[in-house]
Design a protein around this ligand. Structure first.
Ligand SMILES: *Cc1c(COP(=O)(O)O)cnc(C)c1O
Length: 313
């Protein structure tokens, strides 16, 4: 028995104490999805679960998916494939990375981890990457790797959303506000689908752009949600000193590690909103920690080059 064959996996809610919350008389708990599993943490576990079941049901022994060089989804898919015993192939953006694989792996913690976990890579140009879902490209992949089960970039599809519907349980029904980061929108869609009428979901996009609401509407018909667009820090993967300092202070005070691409931005946003009086007294907030901690090592290399403070790990 491994984690993917078990019944619904539960994560625990951890209550946060902080003077800013006390002053506003607001309650904040963090749902520790990051603690589900060491390697397939957080929302990636949720998103992969039913896809792995489906791949096995269809008799596939190979999974193909796409991602950037620091992708949490790539790392998680590699780990999940190893756990359930299917071959994984990662189609990675950036053909330059494939020119000297040994060097790439020595520099990039995500790809090294995925490689050591058994994932095989195909590096493609940024142009080719833009057309990765075209039939022509997929046919080429079939020629090269044989038949496979395809998981989209970021892992979002109907089955991923179904897995994310298991994040909230009946024990969470007393929270007024559920917060979640948004990358492709799969995770928040699952969360929205399992809320009750009295709850509202706030999504914090980790990237710029207003297309995410449309993505979310593909997977949910409920309307008790809203996107908070003020905390992307300039775009996907962009950080500044203020964010890094917030993350490090949070680690110090709460002993919870946040990642700089997703959960750090959301928690920064939540505290900022609490401080600005956005939430009325006695509001009970549940913030979803979606994991993603494997990406910190890679980000720290970038921060070092920019002479910015590093994230404490
Ligand atoms: C991938 C990821 C997300 C984004 O999830 P979507 O379902 O794509 O919106 C959020 N948080 C973390 C930590 C992630 O790794």
């Amino acid at each position: 028995m491994h984690i993917f064959s078990s019944e619904t996996v539960l994560s625990k809610n951890q209550s946060i104490s902080h003077p800013i919350l006390d002053t506003a008389e607001v309650f904040l708990d963090i749902k520790r999805e990051d603690q589900i599993h060491k390697e397939v943490s957080g929302n990636k576990f949720r998103k992969l679960k039913y896809n792995l079941f489906e791949a096995q049901k269809q008799g596939h022994t190979t999974i193909v998916t796409f991602g950037g060089a620091y992708s949490n989804h790539i790392a998680a898919t590699a780990a999940a494939g190893k756990i359930v015993g299917v071959k994984t192939i990662g189609v990675i953006r950036g053909d330059e990375l494939g020119k000297n694989l040994e060097y790439t792996l020595s520099q990039n913690d995500t790809l090294r981890y995925a490689s050591e976990t058994g994932m095989q890579f195909k590096f493609i140009t940024r142009d080719a990457y833009r057309n990765k879902t075209s039939q022509v490209f997929l046919d080429k992949l079939k020629e090269e790797f044989g038949s496979f089960y395809l998981i989209p970039e970021g892992g979002t599809n109907e089955l991923a959303v179904r897995g994310c519907e298991e994040i909230l349980t009946s024990k969470d029904s007393d929270y007024d506000i559920i917060c979640c980061v948004v990358g492709t929108g799969g995770t928040i869609s699952g969360i929205i689908n399992s809320t009750n009428r009295n709850q509202k979901v706030l999504g914090f996009p980790a990237l710029k752009g207003d297309f995410l609401a449309e993505e979310i509407k593909k997977y949910t018909s409920k309307t008790n949600w809203e996107l908070v667009l003020d905390y992307h820090f300039g775009g996907y993967g962009k950080v500044n000193q203020e964010l890094i300092q917030f993350i490090n202070t949070f680690i110090d005070q709460q002993h919870i590690t946040l990642d700089p691409v997703y959960t750090g931005k959301m928690l920064f946003g939540i505290f900022d909103m609490v401080q600005k009086g956005v939430f009325s007294k006695n509001t009970r907030i549940l913030a979803t920690h979606t994991g993603g901690l494997q990406g910190i090592a890679g980000m720290n290399k970038v921060l070092m080059k920019k002479k910015l403070p590093l994230i404490t790990i």
